[in-house]
Design a protein around this ligand. Structure first.
Ligand code: ASP
Ligand code: MG
Length: 417
């Protein structure tokens, strides 16, 4: 995590005297889309409270609210000021929390809704992708001590310069994990519109299976390579603070996917956890730039560089598509020769078992060969192989790799941790 001057304290001061029975429950946009669903969420929170827990809920904006607010901003201005954009898009989460608090009060329990700032979520000053640097949970504790259900607006905080910031798309997940860490919560439950983390996107691979257990490392790789179910920073945070996550459905009362430390039982059966993909990859080819200067400039612009390949004086790197505008202006500033290699997607095979089982690369390359799919370049980590392929080849590559590693096979399923 980036250190800033302000940060004399650890990034999150973990409560030295955690209260037993604290649970953080996060609900995503679909789970709160509409009055009926909000009342449903209120009921779930009330029953957790009746079960004797200190309940902290983190809510996302209702349905497509964040997208609508963004589109509104772009209808008004071609380049909205990042500070003002954050003032605007942080509103959606506040709406959900206020409404849920009303519904809880009607059920005869007391609730208190808080903005990120009121909840003590302090961030750095990078609008649109701020990082949490501190959680000052006093107000939450006081409210819990009064036996209230606390509702915290996700995705937002207050910067060290007192401005409202947002944490990047999907940022409510990170709010939830940061609170779970700071409050010493027993568990952090992420309620969503799917039943958990799957071996592949079920819309592409109908036989994809729900994973019962995934290690932090696998989940980090999966989130970084296209699994939309959790924000990447949330998984990083959970791993750094040892917060066990349970990703589960809002709409069905079944066990979901547990994310925690790697354990032998996870690897006994399936060495591969899943196949993920991205249909939009921003890949740049740069000629004749000094690498140190190039990556310095990109870092200053807040661009998260992913894969880097150097061949002689040519550099190829990828970055998240959201960072495209920042990356391009950084490359312009540098005055280097560059072009975007457009039209690429990425398909990744992820699994902790790769570390100890040879032959995964062989099987993956053979599968692409048999399909006749050409990969533009390949990047690997100890538990991932990622192929950059033409966007049009992404779907068939996902399907074929899922088959090649028998991921639909029930016998290969991992047991609950
Ligand atoms: N509402 C925000 C988004 O759509 C944050 C979140 O839901 O996690 O990205
Ligand atoms: Mg999300």
């Amino acid at each position: 995590m980036t250190l800033i001057e302000y940060e004399a304290v650890p990034e999150v001061a973990v409560d030295p005297h955690p209260q037993r029975g604290t649970v953080v429950m996060k609900f995503g946009g679909t789970s709160v889309a509409g009055p009926e669903r909000l009342r449903g969420v209120a009921k779930r929170l009330v029953s957790a409270h009746e079960g004797g827990n200190r309940v902290v809920a983190v809510l996302s904006a209702m349905g497509a609210t964040t997208d609508e607010l963004l589109s509104l901003a772009h209808q008004v201005s071609a380049r909205p000021e990042p500070r003002e954009l954050d003032m605007l898009i942080s509103v959606g989460e506040r709406i959900s929390c206020a409404l849920a608090a009303m519904a809880i009060n009607d059920l005869g329990h007391r609730a208190l809704s808080l903005t990120g700032s009121q909840a003590g979520i302090v961030t750095d000053t990078k609008h649109g992708k701020a990082k949490i640097v501190d959680v000052r949970a006093r107000r939450i504790h006081e409210s819990l001590d009064r036996d209230e259900i606390v509702l915290v607006a996700g995705f937002q905080g207050v910067s060290t310069e007192q401005d409202v910031t947002t944490l990047g798309r999907g940022g409510s997940d990170t709010t939830a994990v940061a609170l779970a860490a700071a409050l010493g919560a027993d568990r952090c439950e992420i309620y969503t519109d799917v039943e958990g983390v799957f071996t592949a996107d079920p819309r592409i691979v109908p036989g994809a299976r729900k994973l019962h257990a995934v290690s932090y490392e696998e989940m980090l790789e999966m989130a970084a390579s296209g699994a939309k179910v959790l924000q990447l920073r949330c998984v990083e945070f959970a791993r750094n603070h040892g917060v066990t996550l349970h990703v589960r459905s809002t709409f069905a009362d079944v066990e979901g996917t547990w994310i925690g430390e790697e354990d032998a039982r996870m690897l006994e059966k399936a060495m591969i956890a899943g196949v993920t993909y991205e249909t939009d990859e921003a890949v740049y080819e740069v000629e004749g730039a000094d690498p140190a200067e190039l990556f310095d400039t990109l870092a200053d612009a807040g661009v998260n560089v992913d894969t880097v390949i150097q061949i002689d004086s040519a550099l190829v790197f990828s970055a998240p598509p959201e960072d495209r505008r920042d990356a391009e202006s950084a490359l312009e500033r540098l005055g280097a020769h560059w072009r975007e290699r457009a039209g690429l997607g990425k398909v990744s095979v992820v699994g902790a078992g790769m570390k100890s089982h040879p032959g995964v690369a062989a099987r993956a390359f053979t599968t692409l060969g048999e399909l006749g799919v050409q990969s533009y370049f390949v990047s690997t980590s100890p538990i991932k192989i990622a192929f950059y392929v033409e966007r049009a080849d992404v779907e068939q590559t996902v399907k074929a790799l899922h088959d090649a590693f028998d991921l639909a096979d029930a016998a290969a399923a991992r047991a609950h941790a």
